[in-house]
Design a protein around this ligand. Structure first.
Ligand SMILES: Cc1ncc(COP(=O)(O)O)c(C=O)c1O
Length: 491
């Protein structure tokens, strides 16, 4: 038996798994066993081996068990949450980043591409040139970084260095956001010592956008009682419905009350590329911080979010670690590393001082590969097409008396439900829950559900690059068919 782990026979290892991956990519979303029926569970959930099984056997288990029974998020009908499988080139780029480079901080190609990709992302999203970024593992961490910087700035103004001293003996802080805010913001508030309750969850209007008068009222009330306004948070594409807050109105409020404007565009910032929506993004340019997730609409492998700040040094004040002998003592930190005689001498930009992790994969290389492959115009075409899918589904829903639109799509999410005459709300919720269960269990269409104004909604999110218009039409027809059958008692 050869030992690929030692000899590094990459080609043989890839040959062993690529056919399974190709079959996986061609398979529909449905069909994998889960729960108690999963035949793969006992094959994988074993005691740790004392003696390794070797490369051939390990690759065989990958090809024969792991890949065939993995969730098929790459399939055209997978429309759940805001997630999708990677396209091929960024997936290969991740492999490259894993084997060549492996870290982002040395002065080599992968280190340079970290900065280039951040610049490309900022340009793609039309952020102001002074905005500079840092990659992290997710939208959740990207938001945490931004809110951390906002917290630091808010308390520094009052003479407190909370990164050094902790959040104690200081007045409480508040983050102002809508009830539609992603829960990672509450988690960030908890981790940053503000507490989850520091996030004021303010009401939305009929379009699911934060009610500006409620934001103003909350800011005014807190100003009277000495609560520190840490940040006003605008959502450029809510997770539930894709609504885009009035960012310009929020920027006005942030300015008036002297606080930080943070825009969570983890999902929707790329929506700015759709010329029909450009006006909805007015105000992004006034933000102090903006987040976008490459692993959502850019369709790169999971694990890549980005935070951009008007003043990236604010991240340094928040997250910098004290110099250590084995890092700063051993390497030069410098923007210009052209003087270095070897890549081992210079760290390049100190990304680790602007985020949580020190060791980190070369995420920039992966983002760079996606934008290098399709360019801004390729991405724009995808965004426009996906927004069109949501609109075309909304039209199909409107045209069908047994379907009901629950939120007008703004981006690429369309929330709707099956309805039948004479059924009360509780029955409609149960019926639509049943429809979603059947979609997941026996059809190639896998949207995820949510609640819109308290109603159970079927919520496809179109960011999957492999989805086609025929999948959109088939989803509407399938929901109609399943709903009819359930109502007729034949389900
Ligand atoms: C608006 C928004 N913010 C933040 C997040 C969290 O991102 P992640 O899942 O990458 O942590 C999401 C996830 O869907 C989101 O939609």
């Amino acid at each position: 038996m050869s030992d690929a782990a030692r000899t590094g026979d990459l080609e043989a290892a890839l040959r062993a798994v690529v056919p399974a991956l190709d079959a996986h990519l061609a398979a529909p979303a449905t069909g994998t066993a889960s729960g108690a029926d999963a035949s793969w569970r006992p094959l994988l959930d074993t005691p740790v081996p004392q003696l390794g099984a070797g490369d051939v056997e390990t690759l065989r288990v990958l090809a024969e068990t792991v890949v065939p029974d993995a969730m098929r998020m790459t399939a055209p009908g997978f429309l759940g949450w805001i997630t999708t499988g990677s396209t091929v080139v960024p997936a290969v780029a991740r492999l490259v980043a894993t084997l060549a480079g492996t870290q982002r901080y040395l002065g080599h190609t992968t280190g340079l591409l970290e900065s280039v990709a951040l610049r490309w992302l900022a340009e793609t999203c039309q952020l102001p040139p002074e905005m500079e970024g840092v990659f992290s593992s997710s939208g959740s961490v990207a938001n945490l970084l931004a809110i951390g910087a906002a917290r630091q700035r808010a308390y520094t103004r009052l003479g407190h260095d909370v990164a050094r001293d902790g959040v104690r003996d200081v007045p409480p802080g508040r983050i102002y956001a809508s009830v539609e805010v992603h829960h990672c913001v509450l988690k960030a508030a908890a981790v940053l010592g503000l507490g989850r309750d520091a996030v004021a969850l303010l009401p939305v209007d009929g379009s699911q956008r934060v009610d500006l008068s409620a934001v103003r009222a909350a800011l005014s009330a807190d100003a009277r009682t000495g609560v520190v306004p840490v940040a006003v948070l605008g959502i450029a594409g809510t997770t539930n419905t894709g609504a885009i807050d009035d960012l310009d109105g929020l920027a006005d409020l942030a300015q008036e009350f002297g606080t930080w404007l943070h825009v969570d565009g983890a999902y929707g910032l790329f929506g700015r590329l759709d010329p029909r929506l450009e006006a909805r993004y007015t105000g992004v340019d006034r933000a102090d911080s903006v987040v976008v997730d490459a692993h959502k609409w850019l369709c790169v492998p999971t694990g890549i979010g980005a935070t951009f700040l008007r003043d990236r040094a604010a991240l340094g004040q928040t997250f910098t670690s004290d110099p250590s002998d084995y890092l700063e003592g051993a390497f030069e930190e410098a923007g210009d590393t052209s003087w270095a005689t070897s890549p081992w001498e210079a760290m390049g930009p100190p990304f680790h001082d602007w985020t949580l992790d020190l060791s980190a994969p070369a995420r920039g290389l992966v983002v760079w590969s996606a934008l290098h492959e399709i360019g801004v115009e390729g991405l724009r075409a995808r965004i426009v097409r996906d927004n069109d899918y949501a609109r075309s589904l909304a039209e199909l829903v409107r045209a069908d008396p047994c379907l009901e639109l629950l939120a007008e799509p703004e981006l690429s999410i369309c929330c709707f439900r099956y309805r039948a005459h004479g059924l009360d709300e509780a029955t409609l919720d149960a019926l639509n829950r049943d429809i979603v269960r059947r979609l997941h269990g026996s059809t190639p269409y896998v949207p995820s559900p949510t609640l819109v104004d308290g109603h159970y909604a079927i919520r496809p999110c179109f960011i999957n690059p492999r989805t086609e218009q025929r999948d959109v039409s088939a989803l509407a027809a399938t929901v109609r068919r399943l709903g009819d059958a359930l109502v007729a008692g034949a389900g």
